[in-house]
Design a binder for this molecule. Structure first.
Ligand SMILES: [Zn+2]
Length: 235
């Protein structure tokens, strides 16, 4: 089965690849990733916000079009499994992991989020008791360091945009795959975010905010071009 061929349009019903464990969640759920077949040069992760499980669905659908692991891309389907199991943005400690990274602007202030785009930003979450207080945060940092990747794509929803510090070849590829506009920043402060952490560590990070669509629509639109990107990425 893993003969390196790519049948355009075909999608496997089962998940054909084996995961490796890179840590445990607060509740002891294994944190797992898919290694690159040759050498990881890019990490793409989904599901750091547990209520954005369409990111996991789309990445799974893209990977299931492949008959071998990508040569140079490592993948995480669920970065916050306790959150996905609860369908909450936060982890089991009530921490927004995307505000828990050890950045120069990390803040102990409550994180204010909104339940839907139309709601006021008044739902309170914790940024953690300290920077990198959460096992999911620490494990992701260690994995990136151990893999030695310099580029990361972070999948979120539902703003419908491509966000990176500057426009790069990678951000342009994401604009092309997702047919979404690029902008720098999401329009409100995000202290302790993965994107800020990446910038301070000289990692190139592109955040993909999927549009507000049903998972099936996202898969129909994006699984094929995302699969081709994963398969063909070299640098
Ligand atoms: Zn998110």
């Amino acid at each position: 089965m893993a003969d390196g061929t790519f049948r355009s349009g075909a999608e496997q019903g089962i998940f054909p690849f084996e995961f490796l464990e890179y840590g445990r969640s607060v509740e002891g759920v294994p944190l797992r990733y898919l290694p690159a077949k040759k050498e990881a040069r890019l990490l793409i992760f989904a599901g750091i916000h547990g209520e954005e499980w369409e990111t996991t669905f789309l990445l799974s659908r893209a990977l299931r079009k492949l008959h071998a692991l990508p040569d140079y891309v490592a993948c995480i389907l669920i970065t916050n499994p306790d959150g996905v199991l609860r369908s909450t943005r936060c982890n089991a400690n009530g921490v927004d992991l995307n505000r828990n990274f050890p950045t120069s602007n990390w803040s102990a202030e409550k994180v204010l989020s909104r339940l839907v785009l139309e709601a006021p930003r008044e739902t309170e979450l914790s940024p953690g008791n300290a920077p990198a207080s959460e096992p999911e945060t620490k494990a992701l940092m260690e994995l990136i360091q151990n893999l030695g990747v310099k580029k990361v794509v972070s999948l979120h929803a539902p703003f419908g945009l491509i966000d990176s510090d500057s426009s790069t070849e990678l951000s342009k590829q994401m604009e092309s795959i997702f047919a979404l506009p690029w902008q720098s920043g999401v329009g409100y402060p995000t202290p302790g975010s993965f994107g800020t952490y990446a910038a301070e560590k000289n990692l190139e990070c592109v955040t993909v905010e999927l549009p507000r669509e049903a998972p099936e629509i996202l898969a129909i639109r994006y699984a094929e071009p995302l699969a081709e990107f994963l398969r063909d990425f070299t640098k």
